[in-house]
Design a protein around this ligand. Structure first.
Ligand code: PLP
Length: 382
């Protein structure tokens, strides 16, 4: 089996991820931050260490500014629903995932509007035209750092600088980028980062979070959910301090234990090394596929693209491509619109979508070569 669906979720995971989860379940087990006994304290330590690692990863000094959630979707909902009031306006890139778009569509009924930032044909935000798109009621800018559709990398540092000059909070969707690309919320002028744990951070599914920049006041965000936090139990009003304000209910501490190991693992390898390897694999894949007649690739082999390769083949539908690759060759990829119809419209692949190959840290050159051979044979046999 050749797993090339790392943009959907990374697989396999570092061994330590599963080991830590098993250890938590078998040997710790207690509810973090609730009881005062030794196991509850042990559980709370695991969660706190994970906050520390993640805060450092994103260049935030206070670990308590890392709020855990179940995934990037929940974190994005937290920000949009928690910040936007009737009459407010939001600006987005043209490459957003439904995690953003469906939430914004839902907010229309609460009189929140949105529009799309100016961009080039590939969907890259035109930073020097951003100011023209700002309305007097714009309260938030949201940009998908790395496109799950084409792999396009947005110039977040420049966007962040401009957003700061315009005095508008800036949220990045780091679902695809966290763990591969450096993100420093201070130097990149990012107010809020929504991340998911199960992709390039190599944690388990059901983990993720929102990181709030040191300078950004969390008073500007209302909680998405209310309830028990283990703190201030005498009070029936939601705590206002971080991270408890946003973390009601028992957490996925087992998942966070796994995520902690995922983050430690990528830090040990080094993001630069991960990016370099993925770049090499993507180049090989890109060059191999480019030599096959009838194939169209919708990413580029340059600095502006991550290792996600979307393609179509004349006369074979994208779902057939993925079915044949799966059944005949054991190559696992994802076909269709990847929860991002707007991004596909932008790059001209709506409504059919593309087949998407996404190597990860554990992918080998041999697997890439076998995949190219499989696609060659599929094209010749069709
Ligand atoms: C760019 C982007 N944003 C958000 C998400 C949602 O992530 P999750 O399903 O973990 O919430 C994804 C998942 O594919 C994604 O690729």
């Amino acid at each position: 089996m050749i797993y090339l669906d790392n943009s959907a979720t990374s697989f396999p995971k570092p061994e330590t991820v599963g080991q830590a989860m098993l250890n938590f379940i078998n040997n710790i087990g207690a509810n973090p931050g609730r009881s005062g006994h030794v196991l509850s304290i042990e559980a709370a330590k695991v969660v706190y260490y994970a906050r520390e690692e993640i805060a450092e990863l994103f260049g935030v000094s206070d670990p308590l500014r890392v709020v855990f959630s179940s995934n990037a979707t929940e974190s994005i909902n937290m920000v949009i629903k928690g910040m936007c009031k009737p009459g407010d306006h939001v600006l987005v890139s043209p490459m957003e995932h439904n995690a953003v778009m469906r939430c914004l569509e839902n907010c229309r009924s609460h009189d929140v509007s949105f529009s799309v930032l100016p961009s080039n044909d590939e969907g890259m935000v035109l930073v020097d035209k951003m100011a023209e798109a700002i309305l007097p009621n714009t309260v938030l800018i949201i940009v998908n750092h790395v496109s799950n559709v084409s792999g396009l990398i947005q110039p977040i540092r420049e966007i962040g600088k401009t957003a700061k000059e315009l005095n508008i909070p800036f949220l990045i969707d780091a679902a695809q980028s966290a763990g591969v690309f450096d993100i420093n919320m201070e130097t990149d002028n990012i107010d809020l980062v929504a991340f998911t744990g199960h992709k390039a951070l190599y944690g388990p599914q059901g983990t993720g979070g929102l990181v709030i920049a040191d300078e950004f006041s969390h008073d500007r965000i209302a909680p998405l959910k209310y309830g028990g936090t283990g703190s201030k139990s005498e009070c029936e009003v939601q705590p206002s301090f971080l991270p408890d304000k946003f973390e009601s209910g028992t957490q996925n501490a087992v998942g966070i234990a796994g995520l902690l190991e995922g983050v430690k693992y990528i830090k040990k390898i080094g993001l630069d090394n991960i990016r370099a390897k993925e770049k090499e694999l993507a180049k090989r894949l890109y060059e191999g596929l480019s030599s096959i007649p009838g194939i169209k690739i919708y990413s580029k082999n340059n600095e502006n693209y991550a290792s996600t390769i979307p393609f179509t083949i004349d006369s074979i539908t994208t779902s057939e491509i993925s079915d044949i690759l799966n059944e005949k060759y054991g190559v696992l990829c994802r076909a269709g619109l990847h929860c991002s119809p707007g991004a596909h419209s932008k790059i001209g692949t709506y409504p059919d979508g593309t087949a998407r190959l996404s190597p990860g840290w554990f992918t080998t050159q041999e697997e890439i070569d076998k995949t190219i051979e499989a696609i060659k044979e599929m094209v010749n046999g069709s």
